[in-house]
Design a binder for this molecule. Structure first.
Ligand SMILES: [Zn+2]
Length: 132
């Protein structure tokens, strides 16, 4: 049985949707600025199976278009959205601890508890931030 109530999940889902739409808008703006309107258009389409497929292809192309960070974040959001109803959603992937609902609302893509995230960032310090 999950530690998250229906209400918790609803709040996390709302936070996810909000972050997702903000991110897509930011990506669209960046693409339109750089003249890559064909990608911006796909991103703006309503979801659905075929749209998701087009999105997956587009995201592959976008990775090459210097939006790697945004693409990764969007994929993490999509991932969290798919896992939201799983019974183990909200459990730390490293130690299995219950991640508090409040943390998941602030950061719906969190997959670790605060302690493990701290270890992870310490261990991987510098790798995600480049050296330039
Ligand atoms: Zn943990």
């Amino acid at each position: 049985m999950s530690h998250l109530t229906q209400q918790d999940r609803a709040a996390i889902r709302a936070a996810l949707e909000l972050q997702r739409s903000k991110l897509i808008k930011a990506m669209q703006a960046a693409l339109e600025q750089s003249g890559q309107t064909q990608f911006a258009e796909v991103l703006g389409r309503a979801s659905g199976d075929s749209a998701d497929e087009a999105l997956a292809v587009t995201l592959g192309d976008l990775s090459a278009a210097r939006l790697e960070h945004e693409v990764r974040t969007l994929q993490a959001l999509e991932n969290a959205r798919l896992r939201l109803d799983d019974k183990d959603f909200g459990l730390c992937e490293d130690c299995g601890a219950k991640i508090p609902a409040a943390r998941l609302v602030v950061n719906p893509v969190a997959t670790r508890c605060v302690v493990c995230q701290g270890h992870f960032e310490h261990t991987h310090a510098g790798q995600s931030h480049g050296s330039i």
